[in-house]
Design a protein around this ligand. Structure first.
Ligand SMILES: [Zn+2]
Length: 393
């Protein structure tokens, strides 16, 4: 099983310069290729594939004004074209939006190195065009005998450097099969509500972090545009954002590990965050909770441990349906937290929804149809999206 291990590292000045240049070139190549593909389609109705952009890259390197592209390692540039190709493949398969241009300020700066562009010796990682190995802080040891096949270097808005090592990890093995099943819903007051009646709340520090963020943002607004104080304030905002994201990821890791260990089949709703964000009261709960990340982690771990994640259509009326008799209520305003069905059943809104999601998911597993299922199998797209290197299209 492929698995990514992410660590912080501290570059030397020369390494920081080389990596910053490489990030810039990666962004440039990605944007140039995207522009070439978009123009060819809009003006001539032509599809430009990966091979064609690869040929373009060679010609760009020869052009005087783009000669700097030839000065950095060629591999991350090639990988940028592969990422763009993957973006288009996902777009044509209706899994993703049309690829967007990368911006210097808003996009995460990163560069991906494959096996030919780094050296791995005695646990030391040296990238192409560098003489010294990276000073990596190993927050956990790599499993014995494990070697990276792909290395991604990135720098976040808070100025922190990270290296992610994609490795084949033989220690990941399926867990013994069990019978337990669970339906999971996004709660209103709680992060998640389970069909078992359990509620998983938002992390306690969430509110305090949010106040800190608001304060940093207010301070940023007061600074004059283009001033060095504004630059400092922006880094401060980015640090708070990074801290919130780190803590949330940590929390979601714990929850998803627990759920996957305890359960064989997990049923979730196929929420589209952009749709939900239209609803202002739900927007914060879902944005904060990182539903997308939750799902990604859940699917990834399920595929490691031989579990199954089933999704039910997001238009499935989970809150309006009585999980006992199946009667459908006409409306279920958000302020209604408990309700009594005509059949006499008294429902907690969120738990009832989770039970309906579970029932719908199990119906899918048994009949294979009904609510447009997206079964998650090891090697399926969602489970491996982040964890396997992109292959040649
Ligand atoms: Zn009923």
């Amino acid at each position: 099983m492929k698995r990514a291990f992410k660590f912080r590292f501290y570059p030397t000045e020369a390494q920081a310069v080389e990596l910053s240049r490489t990030f810039g070139c990666v962004r440039k190549v990605y944007n140039l290729a995207l522009q070439a593909r978009a123009e060819a389609w809009a003006l001539r109705g032509e599809r430009v594939g990966y091979e064609a952009t690869s040929a373009l890259l060679t010609s760009w390197k020869r052009a005087d004004e783009l000669a700097f592209l030839a000065e950095v390692s060629a591999v991350p540039l090639q990988q940028a074209l592969r990422h763009l190709q993957a973006g288009f493949t996902n777009f044509f398969a209706k899994r993703a939006r049309y690829p967007r241009f990368k911006s210097r300020k808003k996009s995460r700066a990163s560069a991906e190195y494959t096996r030919s562009a780094f050296r791995w010796r005695n646990g030391m990682l040296t990238l192409a065009k560098m003489y010294e190995p990276l000073d990596i802080r190993w927050s956990l040891p790599l499993p014995e005998g494990v070697e990276p096949s792909t290395v991604t270097v990135s720098r976040d808005a808070a100025g922190r450097w990270f290296v992610s090592l994609l490795c084949e990890d033989p220690s990941v093995a399926p867990l013994p099969t069990m019978d337990a099943v669970v339906g999971i819903d996004v709660g209103l007051d709680h992060l998640l509500v389970l069909s078992t009646g359990e509620r998983i709340s938002n992390p306690r520090h969430e509110l305090r972090d949010r106040q800190r963020l608001a304060k940093a943002q207010r301070s940023l607004c007061r600074k004059q545009k283009g001033s060095s104080n504004r630059g400092k304030a922006r880094v401060k905002v980015a640090r708070v954002h990074a801290r919130i994201a780190d803590r949330r990821t940590d929390y979601l890791h714990k929850i998803t590990t627990r759920l996957v260990r305890e359960t064989q089949t997990l049923v979730i709703e196929d929420l589209s965050v952009s749709n939900m964000v239209g609803n202002r009261r739900l927007a914060r709960a879902i944005g904060d909770a990182g539903w997308r990340q939750f799902r990604q982690l859940l699917e990834c771990k399920a595929s490691w441990y031989g579990r199954e994640v089933t999704t039910v259509d997001r238009w499935f009326p989970s809150s309006k349906l009585c999980s006992v008799c199946g009667a459908l209520k006409a409306a279920m305003p958000l302020h209604v937290r408990t309700w009594t069905c005509g059949c006499g059943a008294i429902h907690d809104r969120d738990v009832n929804a989770a039970r309906n999601i579970l029932a719908a998911g199990l119906a899918v597993t048994v009949c294979g149809a009904g609510v447009r299922p997206q079964r998650n199998t090891p090697g399926g797209r969602s489970a491996t999206k982040q964890k396997t290197p992109r292959r040649e299209p």
